[in-house]
Design a protein. Structure first.
Lengths: 308, 362
């Protein structure tokens, strides 16, 4: 499982971000370093160097030094790109991971309730899922983000600040619910009519026990297969929202915000945009490969066909 | 965007009923009854579409105007609005009236009178801006769709025919990488290469500066300015479509009718084009409907931002930068309605395409 190993390495590296910033790079990646210098191999370099044009107008950030300090160079505010990359990865992975759990949790509840209860409950939930399903994911995410990030969320005594990571987690966790809930509903619908559940009902086993012993274990393997694939989508969605500046709010970083920073420096310091992009591609690719592998191993397709 | 890996898991029997009715239309002995069934189906689909559109419009309205704990007037007026502007917004949107009235008022201003105005850019009419951006977005999306379908067909067929070889494996890995890339990053990389690093070589010297030229003004420049954005968008989906097509082609080759066709002595080309590909295209088309929506709603927006194309997506992005909520709400509403309508059209095409619908057990 090379993909699982890759993911593990990326997660560990991102978790160690504070150690890296403090002890290896020796810099604060959340504060501008506009007029400072850094010493590499005994030479003292400006972090923001005079631009490479005849009049020396403006400035260009330090390129990759390939040393401990400013390994990948500096961004437009003189901050260490490598350190920000690790901190950004922490946020990106945290948001994508937590949103995946939220999404699967909601999808399991909605899918099981709709599939098992049937009748009016199923009708209402299915129509709601239809609406969410037809609503383009990014437009829904943009609508929710722009409203919540402009003022935060205040419900009664609870207040979530506008720059809290909980907002992107909740938004991204919600938008993909129908993608998982619809197959789960179909699966549960088939299971509810299957012989072993009918037998349990005939024996007078309480619903609670049927759900726990017969339905949940079957749904769990489907959810397990969905997890990496949904997380891959979440990671891409998070980076897109952050790129549009309605995800993670500055000075905090995520891979999406670093690409947005790098977008303005794309011709002078392309590394700022290249590095987080490569990180996203590797992580999402590993998740997709992992998802494919899990699917082949657990073969939920056969189970999903119960519906037809 | 790039959500297809997941969609391939979703059972495609959501519209099984329609398929049956369509099939009866073609096979029914009594044409009049069949025609009635077809009309009933179309009406049913229209009703479904209207219901979903209504649901989306209510959802959007509630998100923008009824999120608890904050003043929607303050959101709409933008940052640092004066009390006069706030009062004007309250009056303009009827915030002193009940929510259903506000909803009706909003829908009227969006779709009937079309006189919704922005408060951040004082007095700017929103709907004409969306209309002005539409040709740009449509040019981008349709061109990319043509490229991605053509590329997907080429990749899928090549991979299925060279199954198990190095070519097959390389194409499949490339496809997976394509789905795993953020589109705005690919766009930024394409700009880096074609606008800067390799711009002075023969390969990319033809690439014009970023921006859009209307087709009616200069067709050749239109094509040149859109080619790189088209390729960027298509790159993400091509590989995915290739993967899906390969899988269903391989499945089709194991079906009985292929054996029959071989036994009849048909050429391999004819078997591929007339028999295997035709059934495989069904998956392809249904996936296309879903991704087309995702493309209009997400991928196109990000691509327009990166390539500085003044379409509906760029309009939304600019509005996001200064929190111009009426503009965002209007673009979201129009774009999702377009996507819902496009999906309905694809469903109908899907039902018409499948020759096996009547025999498939549902």
């Amino acid at each position: 499982m090379a993909s699982a190993a890759t993911l593990f390495l990326i997660i560990v590296a991102c978790l160690l971000a504070p150690l890296y910033a403090q002890y290896i790079a020796g810099t604060d990646p959340f504060r501008p370093h506009l007029d400072e210098t850094v010493s590499i191999d005994g030479r003292t370099l400006d972090i923001l160097q005079p631009a490479d044009n005849p009049l020396h107008l403006g400035s260009a950030p330090l390129g990759p030094t390939w040393h401990a300090a400013y390994f990948l160079g500096a961004d437009g505010q003189g901050r260490d790109v490598a350190a920000r990359l690790l901190y950004g990865g922490r946020n990106s992975l945290l948001i994508a991971g937590a949103a995946t759990l939220l999404c699967l949790f909601l999808a399991a509840i909605v899918g099981i309730v709709a599939g098992f209860m049937g009748g009016v409950t199923d009708q209402i939930l299915s129509r709601l899922l239809d609406i969410l399903w037809a609503f383009p994911v990014y437009l829904l995410a943009i609508s929710l983000s722009v409203v919540l990030i402009s003022q935060g969320l205040h419900i009664g005594p609870f207040t979530i600040e506008a720059d809290s990571l909980l907002l992107p987690i909740a938004i991204i966790g919600i938008v993909y619910v129908p993608y998982a809930a619809r197959p789960v509903r179909g699966l549960v619908l088939g299971l509810a009519r299957s012989d072993f559940v009918l037998a349990a009902v005939a024996l007078g086993v309480p619903n609670r026990r049927i759900l726990a012993r017969d339905i949940l274990p079957n749904v769990a393997s489907t959810l397990l297969v969905f997890a990496p694939l949904i997380m891959a989508l979440n990671l891409l969605t998070e980076s897109a929202l952050s790129f549009l500046q309605i995800g993670v709010q500055p000075p905090a970083a995520s891979w999406g915000t670093i690409i947005a920073d790098g977008q303005t420096l794309i011709y002078t310091s392309p590394i700022v945009a290249i590095a987080p992009g490569v990180a996203i591609v590797i992580t999402v690719l590993a998740l997709n490969v992992l998802g494919d592998g899990l699917r082949d191993a657990l073969d939920p397709r056969a189970k999903l066909r119960v519906r037809s | 965007m790039a959500c297809g890996t997941l969609w391939t898991h979703v059972p495609s029997c959501a519209y099984a009923h329609e398929q049956k009715v369509f099939a009866s239309f073609f096979q029914e002995r009594r044409p009049r009854a069949a025609a009635f069934a077809l009309i009933r189906l179309l009406l049913q689909r229209l009703g479904q579409m209207a219901f979903v559109m209504f649901g989306i419009s209510v959802l959007v309205f509630l998100i923008f105007f009824a999120t608890p704990g904050a003043d929607p007037a303050a959101r709409i007026a933008g940052r640092n609005a004066t009390p006069q502007v706030l009062a004007a917004v309250r009056h303009d949107f009827g915030f002193d009236r009940p929510i259903p009235v506000q909803y009706a008022l909003m829908m009227k201003r969006l779709f009937i009178t079309q006189d919704l105005t922005s408060f951040v850019n004082r007095g700017e009419q929103v709907i004409p801006e969306i209309v002005a951006g539409t040709p740009v977005t449509l040019s981008l999306v349709l061109g990319a769709a043509v490229l991605w379908v053509a590329g997907g067909l080429a990749i899928g067929i090549t991979a299925a025919l060279t199954r198990g070889t190095f070519t097959d494996r390389a194409l499949m890995v490339a496809g997976l990488i394509g789905v795993s890339m953020p589109v705005f990053w690919v766009g930024a990389m394409a700009n880096l290469i074609t606008q800067s690093r390799l711009h002075n070589t023969w390969l990319f010297a033809w690439v014009p500066p970023l921006g859009y030229t209307p087709l009616t003004e200069n067709p050749f420049l239109w094509l040149k300015s859109l080619l790189i954005p088209w390729l960027t968008l298509a790159l993400l989906y091509m590989g995915l479509y290739g993967r899906v097509l390969r899988a269903s082609l391989i499945e089709a080759y194991q079906e009985d009718f292929i054996r029959t066709a071989r036994a009849k002595g048909l050429s391999e080309t004819r078997i591929l084009l007339r028999h295997a590909l035709r059934t495989s295209l069904i998956t392809f088309v249904s996936l296309f409907g879903l991704d087309f929506g995702a493309l209009v709603g997400g991928g196109a927006l990000l691509t327009e931002v990166v390539f500085d194309l003044q379409g509906v997506g760029k309009l939304t992005f600019d509005a996001l930068q200064n929190l111009d909520l009426p503009v965002i709400m209007a673009t979201v509403m129009y774009a999702s309605f377009f996507v819902v309508a496009a999906n309905a059209a694809v469903d109908v095409a899907y039902a018409l395409l499948d020759p096996r619908v009547s025999t498939r057990s549902v």
